[in-house]
Ligand binder design. Structure first.
Ligand SMILES: [Zn+2]
Length: 274
């Protein structure tokens, strides 16, 4: 092989932000900072809910290589809690405490906390801006939804639990880091009014009314994609008939279909770590 045989990289491609670049903490406005100061109790409660959801999803293997993040609206404010950017501190999601969950404004500027948000915060800010029905966004890189996205076949609810995603799970073609508002809006477009979206070759965004519901939905999405893929390999995946499962698309966050698995996953995590 000579040097002439090496396939040249086309010029002018945008690789996105340098992941090793220095991160700078951008402070929010005095108004948002005051709002955060006035809602300490609500913020503390949301942080606990995020931590519980985070540990459950880590325990279920959903944060591959311990990458991913969870955000949640702070009730009574325009602010969101989000897991801070920890990777350049040589720590992982397993080390997270309430101190590593920061408060950001709708543009991702820090209203409370000493860490910057994750580079992909526009996934959270753009979804929360566009979907008032959503309180929590989970972004992670689970194996089976990414594999299903690679087939470019439409998502099919082949199990009863997958009926929760009956309205569909689209594939967003952007595989790079969602680190700009424009890319965040592309994710919003493909999320539409659904509960989840697959980011091609990358991961997922899953939305819910609470961190607990979003955690259960993220486990469900992983399972649903795995069942579909396995059925495809065994001869063909067929969606269950609408008349049996369509109702699940509107199941509310306090429905037993979410609360019972949440209790199960929480107990499983707590027993393991007692
Ligand atoms: Zn990602």
């Amino acid at each position: 092989m000579t040097i002439q045989d090496v396939r040249p990289v086309p010029a002018g491609l945008d690789p996105g932000l340098d992941p090793d670049a220095e991160h700078t903490l951008v402070r929010s406005t005095p108004e948002y900072i005051a709002q955060a100061e006035a809602h300490g109790e609500a913020i503390a409660a949301v942080k606990e809910q995020i931590l519980d959801a985070l540990y459950v999803m880590l325990n279920e293997g959903l944060f591959e290589k311990a990458f991913g993040h969870v955000s949640c609206r702070v009730p009574g404010t325009d602010l969101y809690c989000i897991v801070g950017h920890i990777h350049d501190t040589e720590r992982t999601l397993f080390d997270i405490t309430a101190d590593e969950i920061i408060v950001i404004d709708p543009d991702g500027r820090v209203a409370q906390g000493e860490m910057e948000p994750p580079g992909e915060f526009p996934i959270h800010t753009e979804i929360l801006r566009a979907r008032p029905d959503v309180n929590t966004v989970v972004h992670c890189h689970p194996h089976w939804p990414v594999a299903l996205g690679a087939t470019r076949k439409p998502f099919k609810p082949v199990t009863y639990r997958a009926g929760t995603f009956w309205r569909g799970v689209e594939r967003c073609p952007e595989p790079r880091q969602i680190e700009t508002p424009e890319r965040g809006r592309l994710v919003v477009e493909h999320l539409a009014q659904n509960r989840a979206v697959i980011l091609a070759g990358h991961g997922v965004a899953v939305v819910g009314a609470s961190p607990a519901q979003a955690a259960v939905l993220t486990v469900d999405l992983q399972d649903a994609c795995r069942f579909q893929m396995e059925a495809e390999w065994a001869g063909g995946a067929h969606a269950l008939e609408d008349e049996y499962i369509a109702w699940r698309a509107d199941a509310p966050a306090d429905a037993e279909t979410f609360t019972a698995p949440w209790n199960y996953y929480s107990v499983k995590w707590n027993r393991k770590n007692r």
